[in-house]
Ligand binder design. Sequence first.
Ligand code: SF4
Length: 567
Amino acid sequence: MSLDWQTIAEARSKVAKEIGTVVKDWGGQIPVALAYPNSYYLGMSSLAVQVIYRLFNEQPGIVCERTFFTKGQPISLESQRPLMDFVALAFTLSFEMDYFNLVEMLRRAGIPPLAEERDERHPLLLAGGPCVTANPEPLAPIFDALVIGEGEEVIPTLAETLRREVRAPRLELLRQWAIIPGLYVPRFYQVEYDGLGLKIEHEPFAPHPVKRQWVRDLDAHPTTSVILTDETKFGDMYLIEVSRGCGRGCRFCLAGFSYRPLRERSVDVLLDQAKEGLGHREKIGLVGAALSDYSQIDALTQGLRQLGAQISVSSLRADSLSETLLEALVEGGTKTLTIAPEAGSARLRSCINKDISEEEILEVAQRASRHFPQLKLYFMLGLPGEREEDIVALAHLTQKIKERFSGHLIVSLSPFVPKAQTPYQWAPMAPLPLLEARLRYVKQNLSSIEVRSESAAEATIQATLARGDRRVGSALARTKGKSLPAWKRALARQGLAYEALLEERPHGTLPWKVVDNRVNEEYLWQEWKKGLKAQNTPPCPLTECLKCGACDEAFYEAKRKTVTPAR
Ligand code: SF4
């Protein structure tokens, strides 16, 4: 397959604008392409992509280059080579809807999407990311191996084995990969379906379930920008991950449950990383699931201001927003404050375990009015337990916020999508006509406010992938286009009804039980039941706790070694 000059010129032009690109000689090294099945702009805005790039390139004998979804044949940016030249392609997947792009990327690269149609001439296919960790099954027919958990814990051993076994028959290499903790090699697991139920058999050497791997001590693993370029969402800042995981337990949140437990970096380590970043950018972008929850946020903010840094943050909670942080954001030029009430009524917020009172939300709106020209609110529609009165309450709450906030108000509406490994993994998805009617109601009742919404039809497609099994994966590998009618037809060819995939799942029929996310199923089941009764569960305690199964003795031992000031 010949490459066109425009594609090569575009790749070269992107690299020319970057600082930090790793360009290695291929001689004697194993080439791995880090693939992101969406645009360069989005991929380079992801700290995960940047860190995996650094991790692969740190491994001896490995040269890692990046590739993104473009209009034409995908090539690597660094040396502008076609993907067939690589020994392995490692996909980072953040969103289920990108699965369609990844299949298209493979086709355009001349690589058959189904693993059973590939052989030793083709690159090995790997993938990781939060949706892979939660439910790898719809990707099982496509990939040779899937990373379950955090890359820092799996990639060094994976790369070392690849280096050692690269000349071995492919099956032997995959057998060696299958015994690495956190690496799931689907071909060694046979799955039989009976309706939505399933039976899993596996080779004796292949562990079942495959346990999620996670970093106990974040300080030992820096997670910062690696490549700086203006062609990203965060082009003017140096990104630093402050914390990973979240202890709040919002029942809909995939990231909240897939990255348990909450772990924090120490202030000194973060300030050292910021000093490095300030050599390149004036602004430091702090990344974490809920930055205002970071136990030392004021100390970190003050330290960064003393270094002369401007500050930006990825996410905030309305009930833990300190004045010091607000002032730092204003100083840093932040124009929009974003908060996520998620639901309009206190009852529905209790259902989803988002324990924020209306008073707290209104108080933040009032404070925001003094500092920011724009306030953005995130809400979800179609949540389990949602009633019509909750939608009315959403419109009322927004009106009350508008009375307190004098700037420009934006409401962002997302249809709720049930995700694997969360308490809502059994929940039904709201029917498409109901979602569309509720979206219309909110828009009509907030006609004087800017309301943005995601497509409800696309959300239902996302739900079929998020809770899909290998048959959904077979449909994915064979489909062309991602419109709802095309997707329904592709599912039907595999004997699956789209509507059935959106219904409530009976206990014991979940395809992702091939992986153990470390949060035990009984805990999730109790959370699902509590949600239906609008009962809250308190956040993770500051004391040692083994309640949901995510924390373990090794974690607490690592924690005891670091001195953490009391909150
Ligand atoms: S074991 Fe306890 S502290 Fe750890 S994540 Fe689960 S609930 Fe939170």
